[in-house]
Design a binder for this molecule. Structure first.
Ligand code: ARG
Length: 461
């Protein structure tokens, strides 16, 4: 029996049920739906719409539904359109006539908006805590890296030497902005829509403020039309996850590059690599590639939902049912990506020898020579041209750069020291820079930032 059998005769065509059912995915919301229903029942009681006995009967039935769902004993019926229908049907089977009072003053429109906000609050906080776990891995690896340095790249061309710790923390800081965004999104979505009804509220004495409080929301909706039609929070969540995905993708891309024989900066742990079905020698960075590849669908989930939303008039439209699969998928994929990438980064070995060799080999200290000349009073543009000329000569004439620097009247033996292995990176001393002293300070600040984020994610503020 459908929820609307009183109005529409003759039954719903099978194909309509097949097309419109959302049970196979929104059953993930069962726990949140039950929480919403319990709060609604208590709200109805406060409004005098249920007796104490009725409340006891309904809450007991909701508990039983929860137990049945947990043990797998719950039987879904062919007519169950979505999880709300299933729960209400079963409550009525268990509690009898009083079950028919459960939906008093409520619509699936405010119900589903409530469920999804409860789900998003919980899952986005969980994602934030998983990001923090990944940041802690990066921090540990950065601490272990000590004075190891590698070439920093622009345009994927060797540019200047940087500490490995600095490089790893760069990803850490990007992730702290992801945590920040998720916390802000949760704060904005922390609004209860329950009591908005189908779209316009109710003539019955509901208690939306009390219900919001009961469910742990910061407050209730201000406008019932907005409450049932707003999916900003889903779009924001999908954006936050897509951008996080972009960050993870970039880490993945670097791991792919670093683990090539050509680079040889990183060797993946066997547990976080895969082999080839044909080529016996292969060790492939599939985790890193999936972190990169799956970001495509995270972005797709966001753009898909935005397109769904863009033409909708107020208030609820069935199109809005299309909000759930992208959200569930992005959340699920993000949990997996964070766990896999954390494991990969915790276990990868960095080859300090290869990194440093790459950073010593070329003219990556060129700007240090130019800055040394600036310290001697030469205008930077002129210094740049002097050193650029020497690099050019060194390549054209196959003469080591150090020899040319040594022989140059403005440079000489004092300047040539800068080209010695490991010297240039120590010259980076400005705040936030890639040298050892600045990185020590940065690391302390990062530790505080992660600590601060861990606390606010744990306390939900
Ligand atoms: N399954 C629906 C959804 O996810 C529930 C709301 C249905 N409301 C309605 N008026 N048909 O959006």
């Amino acid at each position: 029996m459908t929820l609307w059998h009183g109005r529409l005769g003759g039954g719903t065509a099978d194909v309509v049920m097949d097309y419109s059912t959302s049970l196979h995915y929104d059953r993930q919301l069962a726990h949140d739906d039950l929480a919403g229903s319990r709060a609604h029942v208590r709200g109805l009681a406060r409004g005098g719409l249920l007796t104490a006995d009725e409340v006891i009967g309904l809450l007991a039935a909701l508990d039983q539904v929860e137990a049945e769902l947990e043990t797998g004993a719950f039987q879904f019926a062919p007519d169950d359109e979505d999880i709300h229908t299933s729960v209400e049907r079963r409550v009525t089977e268990i509690a009898g006539d009083v079950g028919a009072k459960l939906h008093t003053g409520r619509s699936r429109n405010d119900q589903i908006a409530t469920d999804l906000r409860l789900y998003a609050k919980r899952e986005l906080r969980l994602v934030a805590s998983e990001i923090i776990a990944l940041q802690e891995v990066l921090l540990t690896r950065a601490k272990e890296a000590g004075d190891t340095y590698l070439p920093g790249y622009t345009h994927l061309q060797r540019a200047q030497p940087v500490l490995l710790a600095h490089h790893l923390l760069a990803h850490g800081w990007a992730l702290s902005r992801d945590v920040d965004r998720l916390v802000a999104t949760v704060e904005r979505l922390d609004v209860s829509p329950l009591g908005a009804g189908a779209l316009a509220g109710s003539s019955l004495p509901l208690d939306p403020d009390g219900v919001a409080d009961d469910l742990g929301f910061a407050g209730r909706f201000e406008n019932s039309l907005d409450a049932v039609s707003d999916r900003d929070f889903v779009a924001e969540a999908l954006f936050d996850l897509a951008l996080l995905g972009v960050h993870l993708s970039r880490i993945g891309e670097e791991m792919v590059i670093w683990s090539t024989e050509e680079f040889g900066f990183a060797v993946l742990d066997d547990a976080f690599a895969t082999g080839s079905s044909m080529l016996p020698q292969k060790k492939n960075p599939d985790v890193a590639e999936l972190a990169r590849g799956k970001t495509g669908r995270l972005i797709g989930n966001l753009t898909g939902l935005l397109v769904t939303l863009k033409g909708l008039p107020l208030s609820y439209n069935r199109d809005l049912q299309e909000d759930k699969e992208p959200l569930f998928d992005s959340v699920h994929q993000t949990h997996l990506a964070l766990a896999a990438l954390s494991g990969l980064l915790a276990t990868v070995s960095f080859d300090a020898g290869r990194m440093q060799e790459a950073a010593n080999g070329s003219a990556v200290a060129a700007v240090d020579l130019a800055e040394w000349l600036v310290e001697q009073g030469m205008p930077f543009r002129q210094a740049h041209s002097v050193v650029g000329g020497l690099v050019h000569d060194s390549i054209e004439r196959h003469v080591p750069l150090a020899e040319l620097v040594e022989a140059h009247p403005a440079l000489g033996s004092e300047a040539v020291v800068l080209l010695e292995p490991g010297v240039a990176v120590t010259r980076r001393t400005t705040p936030g820079s890639a040298g050892p002293l600045a990185v020590t300070v940065q690391m302390e600040r990062f530790v505080h930032r992660v600590e601060f984020d861990r606390n606010r994610v744990a306390t939900g503020r």
